[in-house]
Design a protein around this ligand. Sequence first.
Ligand SMILES: [Zn+2]
Length: 212
Amino acid sequence: MQIELPKGRLGVMVSGGWDSAVLWYLVSKQALAEGREVLAFTAPKPDDSVENTNAVLKTIANFLQTDIPETNVRGESGQKDPDDYWLPGRSLLEEVIENDEVDVMFIGGNKFPDRKTISTILADRKNIERWPTGEARFFAELNSLPIDVISPFADMLKDEIVKLGFDVGVGSLISPLTRSCIIYGPPCGQCYWCKERRWAFKQIGKNDRGNQ
Ligand SMILES: [Zn+2]
């Protein structure tokens, strides 16, 4: 997959999770090829999101043999309302828009599987109904913002994005560095995102050295 970069100042929301790590690799690789700058942005969540993101940026910069950037911390932690899963992301975007920092923001949200797959394999419908990232209406909401928000993985399932990471050569590098849990603390293994990640690795027959 090659990411097309629109004109304007570029940013990527990088969370310390798998999808945004793959996205950061693809966007920064293309920006490097075009001699353009791209900024990483991270909300300060209590799951060591900033530290994890900087580890991802360092590893990918070494892989691309380029200078190591640091992520830009914007928005709120979400601790005030832990039930609002998208609060850190939303507040990050609001602050970036208010500061007029980029014209284009890439985000790594992925599509939820169909209901049958969720029910039979992931068995956790309640969580994703509360946190509807991954559904069409979530991506539609992003389209109403005054900057260009691009979600290249919006039509991809988690297993396709995990496979993509390995196909483009960064899978084994980012696997131990990234986490996909919704709970602030060690990955719980029980939430939708832990189960989705485990399901995705199993689907493509790879071992996950992260999210432990
Ligand atoms: Zn979890």
